[in-house]
Design a protein around this ligand. Structure first.
Ligand code: GLA
Length: 383
């Protein structure tokens, strides 16, 4: 006898909307409007889960417990056609292999620390030199490559709270650090990412979200035709190894002037030493800051689709990275083609690279008894 294929449809009613979820596997589970399913196992046999958050306006964000990564983000264009606008892979096995932090939470320290060393209260610490001679994005096994616990999956507020316990001297950083990241999808299609951390020993913390965006919804199209605006008069020039030189430079009369929206491609190939050193844009802009609340940091607009992404943050800087190191070796989502150079860009809101070694940059130190907190909002709309 041929066994019957399991088939079921779950209908979830809420005040504003209802959704149909075909249950394509027995293990999937609906938590109100949120959906949880197994995403596979690591080579050590640990199970990874995927959560899908869906807004009333229809945006859909998928997050996995490996690296607290956003694996998919589906938003409408001006004709209400939904497409995926964040680079990612189809399966866990690709996330387990080396990749450029696709969708991940980066920590304990986002971006570079010169020579992988810094000192706190006169004591020197050595970190992995995993980027030339420098330390990058938390080291060999940063927060992008660890399994996060789910503390709360709240379907009424559409919030997913993940936590990670980073032990004292993990990747060379001092102090047991308890980190929480909460993803909250609002009904206006904005995704709020809130971070909190506490330590039991003085340490450094600089967390960021490393999603690559391509608002066209076509991962085979490069991002040079996207407009970008950055709310900054100044940026941080880098040396040959992409460490800030310490200079704070005006953007005026440079290719780094995004105060008025312009295409990413407009100046990216200009004869410019800074663009050469980073193979394109890969710099930290110093944001004009409003008091205490999340302020406008940057935006990107893709004219053909009408999709607009606006970013607000409590952080003092944004690393705008134009996907210069994507090299056509990683498979696209959906099984067609690969991610070629500049097929995605990142707005990594954060403190400045190499801050522990540059005393004139805002401090990244966290002391016992203090609470690190930070918030970034990625708002999707059309115009
Ligand atoms: C950041 C860095 C880049 C690169 C990417 C990921 O943007 O500044 O140099 O490491 O992350 O590849």
């Amino acid at each position: 006898m041929i066994p019957l294929k399991p088939f079921a449809i779950n209908v979830v009613f809420s005040e504003e909307a209802f959704y149909f979820y075909p249950l394509e596997d027995w293990r999937a589970e609906n938590i109100g409007q949120m959906r949880k399913k197994s995403y596979g196992f690591t080579s050590e046999g640990e199970e990874i889960f995927q959560y899908t958050l869906k807004s009333v306006a229809g945006a859909e964000i998928e997050i996995i417990t490996f690296g607290a990564r956003i694996t998919s983000c589906k938003v409408p264009d001006k004709n209400k056609r939904f497409k995926k606008v964040v680079l990612g892979f189809d399966s866990l096995s690709d996330y387990l292999k080396e990749n450029p932090y696709f969708g991940a939470i980066v920590g304990r320290f986002g971006n570079r620390i010169a020579n992988g060393t810094f000192s706190l209260d006169g004591k020197e610490y050595s970190l992995a030199q995993n980027n030339g001679g420098n330390h990058l994005h938390g080291g060999n096994k940063g927060f992008d490559n660890v399994i996060w616990e789910v503390d709360e999956a709240n379907s009424s507020s559409n919030e997913l709270k993940l936590s990670y316990f980073s032990y004292d001297m993990e990747e060379g950083y001092p102090g047991n650090l308890e980190v929480d990241v909460t993803y909250s999808l609002k009904n206006d299609n904005s995704l709020e990412v809130s971070y909190e951390a506490v330590t039991d020993k003085k340490t450094i913390v600089n967390l960021t979200q490393h999603s690559y965006f391509n608002l066209s919804g076509n991962f085979s199209e490069d991002i040079l035709g996207h407009e970008v605006k950055i709310n900054a008069d100044k940026f941080l020039p880098v040396d040959q190894t992409q460490i800030p030189t310490g200079e704070i430079r005006e953007v005026e009369n440079t290719p780094f002037d995004f105060r008025k929206a312009k295409l990413i491609g407009e100046n990216i190939e200009d004869e410019n030493e800074q663009l050469k050193r980073s193979f394109g844009f890969d710099h930290c802009w110093i944001l004009k800051k409003a008091e205490n609340t999340a302020h406008f940091a940057a935006s990107s607009y893709h004219k053909e689709s009408g999709r607009l992404l606006e970013v607000f943050t409590t952080e003092p800087g944004v690393q705008f990275y134009s996907g210069n190191f994507l090299d056509g070796t990683l498979p696209q989502k959906g099984g067609k083609g690969t991610y070629t150079r500049r097929s995605g860009f990142c707005f990594e809101t954060q403190h400045f690279p190499d801050s522990p070694n540059q005393r004139h940059f805002p401090s990244v130190e966290l002391n016992p008894g203090e609470k690190f907190s930070s918030k970034t909002i990625f708002k999707f709309s059309v115009k």
